[in-house]
Design a protein around this ligand. Structure first.
Ligand code: F3S
Length: 65
């Protein structure tokens, strides 16, 4: 699974990082999230899906490989 945060959509709601703190990091300056790595480590997929569902801006995109 691959994951990306659309920086144009992200408004810094932080729910992604609460659902999957091992996957998303928040920028100190603007609070926008980004994925630590595009490749989701095995076993973390469900956390990422929860993050996708929690984001009010629908800023998180996943791709299954
Ligand atoms: Fe941004 Fe959505 Fe996370 S707005 S900080 S990607 S919950």
């Amino acid at each position: 699974m691959k994951v990306k945060v659309d920086q144009a959509r992200c408004q810094g709601h932080t729910l992604c990082a609460m659902n999957a703190p091992e996957i998303f990091e928040l920028d100190d300056v603007d609070g926008h999230a980004s994925a630590v790595s595009e490749d989701v480590p095995a076993g973390h997929e469900s956390h990422v899906i929860n993050a996708v569902r929690s984001c009010p801006e629908q800023a998180i995109f996943v791709e299954d490989r």
